[in-house]
Design a protein. Structure first.
Length: 535
């Protein structure tokens, strides 16, 4: 498409077999040559590259002593922290495979991912460890913070000999991490991502954003490090010798203060976060002299929000589109596109940009044939950043990566300039505040409530979070259904962001001849008049 075979064959960060770079290589380079350079700021802690390398080597040693070696999986569940960032580099050193977990998941959900991945250990924030103490049985349980009974503290666990130089070195084609993504089948799928794919995407995103990292640049990481986009952002920062400024959760007032006082050069947010920052009292009174770029994704941004954000923060804006199966990014709406949008072309803001270097985007019909420009079809993509497949799911892998193309499950179209616009999803994924929610997973839990005879879960517009989880319920005979009761019912099985935020009662769920719920009919009244049907 926009980037032809000549660019693709240039092998951005390398499909070329001669390239042997692993994730930790550049991290080690900076640590050995610039040991006093600041690696991360985590609350009151400031950690240099030299200290971060020493910690990473101790973690690698602890993993090895715990019987975790090349190809072995282990879970990590916690908020953004130095420990969370360092784990990726430690695992890279020995070929182990981190399985990053959302700490907001219910204990049963964490237990499922650990069992599905075959994880041999779980490293968890102490609060998460306390909540899931009775529901998991990994070989090793490590708590960052005060450990509950049966867990070892992080400090004690890494208090041993650091990793000696490994006898063998991983291949760039080996798995770097396994990140789980919720699907519409009701159970999450483990996405297998290699060093080669992730580092390729790092290079692609850097080229697409057209802003490099100068040694010492400070990047604010607010999005959680168990999300694909946040991980790529953090890796790119470290590749350039930058400093990670880690926030453990999103506090708009704290973000505004950081952008003003902490010499932040770049951050990645979702549009709901940008709006929340603009609502902070006094945001217009500050200056942000070091801020170069704000990247966002997960949804489109409204023109008034973008216009005010550019006026207030005085920096470039970028939008990315992709998914975990593509490491992170597939397309980018550049800073030039954003300026054009505010200079008489607001339709560009409905787009998510053009393909990244070495990436091809096609729009295809139900038979896989490419459709004409401007025609809606399924978005499929090809490039060096694609996953190797789903863990232990060969049939789903074959479907999703048919003929080497990633079938995204999203519907969209391209214009004559190659800009991609996303119109709808084939899957029924709900994206609320940047969190993915599989509708069938929620439905299966709701159907366990005695008052629910039938249910369909859909996305409805939400002013702050883009989309909210909405339950359309057929009550069981003789039962009354109340939202509070459904929320309480979900509490032990689903994370709070997956629980319904609103409820609608109906006599019967509309279904087709095959029994599939016609969710487009259910969504239509809620999205009528909304400029973008899927946010």
């Amino acid at each position: 498409m926009v980037f032809g075979e000549g660019v693709r064959s240039a092998s951005i960060a390398g499909r070329g077999k001669g390239i042997r770079v692993l994730l930790h290589d550049v991290f080690e380079f900076h640590a050995r040559n610039r040991p006093d350079l600041v690696f991360a700021v985590d609350g009151a802690r400031t950690v240099t590259y030299g200290a971060a390398l020493e910690t990473a080597r101790r973690v690698a040693g602890a993993l090895t002593r715990s019987g975790i070696g090349p190809g072995d999986r282990f879970g990590f569940a916690g908020p953004n922290s130095v420990e969370h960032a360092v784990v990726y580099y430690a695992a890279s050193m020995i070929g182990a495979v981190p399985v990053p977990l959302n700490p907001r998941l219910a204990p049963a959900e964490i237990a499922f991912v650990l069992a599905d991945s075959g994880a041999r250990a779980l490293i968890a924030d102490a609060d998460v460890a306390a909540q899931c103490h009775d529901s998991i049985e990994p070989v090793v349980r490590v708590a960052v913070g005060t450990p509950p009974t049966g867990w070892v503290s992080w400090d004690d666990w890494i208090d041993g000999d650091p990793l000696a130089d490994p006898a063998a070195r991983s291949s760039p084609d080996t798995t770097l991490y396994q990140m789980y993504t919720s699907g519409t089948t009701g159970s999450p799928k483990g996405v297998i991502l290699s060093h080669r794919a992730v580092l390729a995407n790092c290079a692609q995103v850097t080229a697409g954003v057209a802003t490099g990292v100068d040694v010492g640049d400070r990047w604010l990481i607010v999005a959680p490090l168990f999300h694909a986009a946040a991980v790529i952002t953090a890796f790119n920062c470290v590749i350039g010798g930058g400093c990670l400024v880690l926030h453990r959760g999103f506090d708009p007032a704290r973000v505004v203060e950081a952008l003003h006082h902490d010499r932040i050069a770049l951050t990645t947010l979702v549009p709901a976060m940008i709006q929340a920052c603009l609502d902070v009292p006094g945001v217009d009174d500050h200056d942000y002299p070091d801020l170069q770029s704000i990247a966002y994704g997960g949804s489109a941004i409204a023109e008034p929000v973008l216009r005010r954000a550019m006026e207030v923060f005085g920096c470039d804006f970028y939008q990315g589109f992709g998914q975990t199966e593509s490491s992170a990014g597939l397309t980018y709406l550049t800073e030039a596109d954003h300026r054009r949008a505010l200079d008489g072309h607001p339709e560009l803001l409905a787009s998510c940009g053009r393909p990244l270097p070495a990436t091809e985007i096609h729009i295809v019909d139900n038979h896989g044939a490419v459709v004409p420009t401007g025609t809606i079809g399924e978005i499929v993509a090809r490039g060096p950043q694609l996953m190797d497949g789903y863990w232990n799911r060969p049939d789903e892998t074959a479907i999703t990566l048919a003929d080497g193309w990633l079938h995204t499950g999203d519907l969209g179209f391209t214009d004559h300039d190659g800009h991609l616009t996303v119109c709808d999803r084939r899957t029924d994924m709900i994206v609320s505040g940047g969190e993915n929610v599989g509708s069938r997973e929620v439905e299966s839990v709701l159907l366990g409530h005695p008052a629910v005879a039938d249910v369909a879960v859909i996305a409805v517009p939400h002013e702050r979070w883009g989309e909210a989880v909405h339950a359309v319920v057929v009550p069981a005979a003789g039962h009354a259904v109340e939202l509070d009761a459904l929320v309480s019912h979900c509490a032990g099985s689903l994370a709070r962001f997956k629980t319904p935020q609103s409820l609608e009662l109906i006599d019967a769920i509309p279904r087709n001849a095959a029994g599939k719920a016609l969710k487009s009919l259910l969504r239509e009244p809620h999205w009528a008049g909304n400029e973008r049907k899927v946010r």
